[in-house]
Structure formats: structure tokens, C-alpha cells
Design a protein around this ligand. Structure first.
Ligand SMILES: Cc1cc2nc3c(=O)[nH]c(=O)nc-3n(C[C@H](O)[C@H](O)[C@H](O)COP(=O)(O)OP(=O)(O)OC[C@H]3O[C@@H](n4cnc5c(N)ncnc54)[C@H](O)[C@@H]3O)c2cc1C
Length: 101
């Protein structure tokens, strides 16, 4: 191996070391952010007592993904009197507008 090749190999190793050090420190920085999420902003939702009796009448406003999921979950929990109140003439909420690609 010529001295020029040796110098190139050393430079290459240094560059690889620098790049991997950079990514390792970025990864540590991002992991720290994920492990310590920022405190929530805005006004927290008030705590609402949920239904107590399986026969309680439950009205869910909106047949978007959230409403449908909530109705499904309540039915799974055994609540029998669940109604979704939807103002439009279709279900799906905004997800209806998601184009089919
Ligand atoms: C173009 C576009 C692309 C998107 N792409 C994605 C994606 O790829 N992946 C993803 O995860 N999310 C995507 N989203 C976001 C996703 O569609 C929404 O996060 C989701 O629809 C929110 O669901 P939601 O049930 O909370 O609200 P909404 O979907 O807004 O549903 C609310 C429902 O409540 C009804 N409603 C409102 N007010 C009343 C009232 N007073 N009385 C009765 N009914 C009422 C509305 O008519 C509606 O049906 C996209 C959204 C859009 C617009």
C-alpha cells in the first residue's frame, strides 16, 4: 500500500468516525426529546364522568373516525343505548375527503 493510500484510508476512517459521531449525538438528542415530551399546551379537557349503567343513554356527536371508534368501544364494553348524532347525510367525517391513491 502506497503512503498516499494510507493517508486516504486514515482520512476515510476519520470521516466515517465524524459522521457516525454526529448521527449518534443527534440520535441521543432526539431520544431525549421523545423520552421527555414537552408539556401539553392549551386548556386541558374537563374531566367528565362516564356513563355508569349499561342502560344509560349515550349520545355521540359526529360520525367521524372518533365518534365511530367511541361508539364501537362503548358497545364492546356492553353499553346498549348508544346513538351517533351526525349533522351531515354521510358517515366518515373528514376522512371521506382522503383521496384513494
Ligand atoms: C384531505 C385530508 C387528508 C387526511 N389524511 C389523513 C391521513 O392520511 N391519515 C390520517 O390519519 N388522517 C388524515 N386526515 C385527518 C383525518 O381525516 C382526521 O384526523 C379525522 O377525520 C378526524 O376525525 P374526527 O372524528 O375527530 O373528526 P371529523 O372527521 O371532523 O368528524 C366529525 C364529524 O362530526 C360531524 N359534526 C360536526 N359537528 C356536528 C354537530 N354539531 N352535530 C352533529 N354532527 C356534527 C361532522 O359532520 C363529521 O362527520 C386527513 C384529513 C383531510 C381533510
Amino acid at each position: 500500500m502506497s503512503s498516499q493510500h494510507i493517508v486516504e484510508a486514515i482520512v476515510y476512517d476519520k470521516v466515517v468516525q465524524l459522521v457516525s459521531d454526529f448521527f449518534a449525538s443527534e440520535l441521543r438528542r432526539l431520544s431525549a426529546k421523545v423520552e421527555r415530551p414537552l408539556p401539553a399546551r392549551g386548556i386541558p379537557f374537563p374531566r367528565i364522568d362516564g356513563p355508569k349503567c349499561k342502560n344509560d343513554r349515550i349520545g355521540i356527536v359526529g360520525a367521524g373516525p372518533s365518534g365511530i371508534h367511541m361508539a364501537y368501544s362503548l358497545k364492546e364494553e356492553g353499553f346498549r343505548n348508544v346513538k351517533i348524532l351526525e349533522k351531515s347525510n354521510r358517515i366518515g367525517g373528514k376522512s371521506v375527503h382522503v383521496s384513494k391513491v
